[in-house]
Design a binder for this molecule. Structure first.
Ligand code: NDP
Length: 312
């Protein structure tokens, strides 16, 4: 296997990865960036981003990411397709294998691999994969024009997905396991004031049914309580919006993570337990998980990488 030596390797292409790329390119670190499974990251499957400073009228997620990519390219970032399949951080230069076949030796690495949508873990989610089950309303909502869909979750993502789908579908059920929404007030208000969204509080999904695709969901109201009740709803599409899992598995042999898998960093910095390896964005952020906080941590990681290389 041929080995390529680089000063700075960036893994991931969300706001954290691209911001790190812009900063490290401008600092002459000649970064190589691998885009990963979902080039552009989670924002490529979101709709309108209204809270990223500098866009008074909002911007679409894909457009924002394309702009960041172009900005990284402008300063010479070497952007490549590829997924890190194994790592060896036992000594510097650190080794990374991409797609099982390309070995990269890097003096410093910025891990910005983000997080991936979670599923409930029901066998029916597998059974109906691509046949009515989706974790991305923006990607698949189009197929449900004038149909009935359900979104599971009570956070901002679930509300955002429900609102997006309400513009396409005839009716949207929002299935929430608690008696309240966790989403921000503004999102809650939008959901409650949308005529074709029905919020089903205190409902859990236990299964899906249908002949050639999803035709409905088996729900249980107040599950585990004395007055628990079985409820079936007729739906054509079932969307998951119940949070994310950090994409840290391939780094776990070397980097400390919390019990969920978020990479642990020295508070206030992107420093991991391995000198010269930094973590930025959602893979290391169980708390804020915003595009702007990811971008900010990518900037910090780039500055730390530069300092680390100067100190070597
Ligand atoms: P959250 O972790 O905030 O919410 C997850 C939701 O899914 C919760 O309501 C949770 O329920 C529910 N849930 C989790 N597991 C299950 C399960 N097994 N069965 C049923 N329900 C389940 O994730 P989000 O993806 O919504 O948001 C992540 C972060 O991104 C947040 O900080 C959010 O504010 C931010 N965000 C901001 C947006 C914006 O500002 N435009 C848009 C999207 C996200 P419970 O409450 O009971 O735990």
């Amino acid at each position: 296997m041929e080995t390529e030596k680089v000063k700075c390797l960036i893994v991931g292409s969300g706001p954290a990865g691209y911001t790190a790329a812009i900063y490290t390119s401008r600092a002459n670190l000649s970064p190589v960036l691998y885009e990963g499974i979902q080039p552009g990251g989670q924002l490529t499957i979101t709709t309108e981003v209204e809270n990223f400073p500098g866009y008074p009228d909002g911007v679409t997620g894909p457009e924002l990411m394309e702009n960041m990519r172009k900005q990284a390219l402008r300063f010479g970032t070497d952007i490549r397709r590829g997924i890190v399949t194994s790592t060896d951080f036992s000594r510097n230069p650190y080794k990374v294998i991409v797609d099982g076949k390309t070995e990269i030796e890097a003096e410093t690495i910025i891990v910005a691999t983000g997080a991936t949508a979670k599923y409930l873990g029901l066998p029916d989610e597998q059974k109906y994969a691509g046949m009515g089950v989706s974790a991305c309303a923006t990607c698949d909502g189009f197929f449900y024009r004038k149909k009935v869909v359900a979104v599971v979750g009570g956070g901002d993502t679930a509300c955002e997905e429900a609102l997006y789908l309400s513009g396409l579908a005839k009716r949207v059920y929002l299935i929430v396991r608690k008696p309240y929404l966790r989403a921000s007030k503004v999102m809650q208000e939008r959901v409650f004031s949308t005529e074709n969204i029905t919020v089903l509080f205190e409902h859990n999904t236990v299964g899906l049914f249908g002949e050639n695709g999803v035709e409905g969901a088996h729900l249980v109201k107040r599950m585990g309580e004395a007055d628990e009740e079985k409820v079936d709803i007729a739906i054509d599409g079932f969307f998951l919006a119940i949070g994310h899992k950090p994409n840290s598995d391939v780094f776990k042999p070397w980097l400390d993570t919390d019990e969920v898998g978020y990479i642990k960093t020295v508070p206030g910095t992107p420093k991991t337990n391995v000198p010269g390896i930094f973590a930025a964005g959602d893979v290391a952020d169980p708390t804020y998980r915003q595009a702007i906080t990811a971008a900010a941590s990518g900037c910090k990681a780039a500055i730390e990488a530069e300092r680390y290389l100067l100190g070597q």
